[in-house]
Ligand binder design. Structure first.
Ligand code: PMP
Length: 381
């Protein structure tokens, strides 16, 4: 069987990136590493659309979420966490764990956060007690993308810092840190950036750096000021995964060759093709078209067929790995990841196998209907 990793992270890694990592390890305090690290750190700014330093940590995405919290806050600080799913909830958990006073602004899973509701809540905070607003750009657990630009605009006029989890968005959909007025943006290597898991990235605005200087939450490994100081010398404070840095240089080259706008357009086209294909099989989608993620699609299984059964058949019969639902969506949905190194062929293969899987499991489906619906969209593009 040929394996297809169609989960929303970790995602497939292009051969060029794999080959770039296949090199002898170098000294992380030597000139070769310094040149490499300065170069990738500079080029990352283009992807974040920021003039600020982009800090690199050896970390999972959750590590970067924690880094965002502990670097800008002090125990007792009030924060507002806007949550539309599992990863919004996680921000609330982390902030509470470190002693922040957390208020949540929850929206139904499958929906996007309403900027107007956020603006109203902040307008009610006359004393400006809320220190930070936490947002998820792309909620991977539901396949919904928040309009971060509008949400950040809703925070204008209030002193709160705007913190954005861009773990499953940066590099797949537009995010303009400086232009949109975002104060902290974090992401990970294993999604749209087309790298294996293991690297985390964080950029901070001038306001966020000022907050760092005041922050008293405990931190050592995550201390952004230490990472920034080391970066000024082309270094990391602690031993970095140099092999992943080789990969990062090549992944950035791939991104530059294709161009960010083309990458975003590719993700939108694949989203449209996939959604049309799934609908043509008679299946429902968790998210409305207006808020549907360009990187991950949550599909509702047909009545009488468990989501897990579909995932199992896809994996065992076709070698295609899909993701399941998390927390309260467990077994209620299955998710198809289509971000990063993903092409039209991946979508067509997945849809073809999904049709056969549904037929094998007893769902009435016309073989080829989903594939054709996707083909029609791809032919237009
Ligand atoms: N935030 C979002 C939006 C994510 O999709 C993920 C990973 N699925 C995370 C945070 C956490 O990343 P990690 O699993 O690398 O800790």
């Amino acid at each position: 069987q040929k394996p297809y990793l169609m989960v929303p992270g970790p995602t497939a890694v292009p051969e060029r990136v794999l080959q770039a990592m296949h090199r002898p390890v170098i000294n992380h305090r030597g000139p070769q590493y310094e040149a490499l690290f300065r170069d990738v750190s500079d080029r990352l700014k283009t992807v974040f659309k920021t003039k600020q330093d982009v800090l690199t940590y050896p970390a999972a995405g959750t590590g970067m979420m924690e880094a965002a919290v502990v670097n800008i806050l002090s125990p007792g600080d009030h924060v507002l966490v806007v949550s539309i799913g599992v990863f919004g909830d996680r921000f609330a958990e982390i902030a509470a764990k470190f002693g922040a006073v957390v208020e949540k602004l929850d929206f139904a899973w499958g929906e996007a956060a309403a900027p107007r509701v956020l603006a109203e809540r902040l307008a009610g905070d006359k004393e400006g007690r809320i220190k930070a607003v936490f947002l998820t750009h792309n909620e991977t657990s539901t396949g919904v993308t928040n309009d971060v630009q509008a949400l950040a605009a809703a925070c204008k006029g209030h002193p709160a810092l705007v913190v954005v989890d861009a773990v499953s968005s940066l590099g797949a959909m537009d995010l303009a840190m400086d232009e949109w007025g975002l104060d902290v943006v974090i992401t990970g290597s294993q999604k749209a950036l087309m790298l294996p898991p293991g690297l985390g990235f964080m950029a901070l605005s001038e306001r966020a750096w000022a907050a760092c200087a005041q922050s008293t939450m405990p931190k050592f490994y995550w201390d952004a000021q230490a990472v920034k100081k080391a970066l000024a010398k082309g270094q990391n404070p602690y031993t970095p995964p140099v092999s992943l840095l080789f990969g990062l240089a090549e992944a950035l080259r791939l991104i530059e060759e294709e161009g960010l706008d083309n990458i975003f357009a590719r993700h939108r086209t694949l989203r449209a093709a996939l959604r049309a294909g799934v609908r043509a099989m008679g299946l429902g989608l968790l998210a409305d078209d207006k808020v549907a993620s360009p990187g991950v699609t949550a599909v509702l299984p047909p009545t009488g067929i468990e989501a897990k059964k579909i995932q199992k058949t896809m994996r065992e019969r076709f070698g295609i790995t899909l993701a399941g639902g998390q927390k309260k969506l467990e077994n209620q949905i299955f998710r198809i990841g289509h971000l990063g190194y993903v092409a039209q062929t991946d979508i067509l293969v997945t849809l073809a196998a999904l049709e056969m899987t549904l037929a094998l499991l007893g769902h009435k489906v016309e073989l080829g209907a989903g594939v054709r619906a996707a083909q029609e969209i791809l032919m237009e593009g």
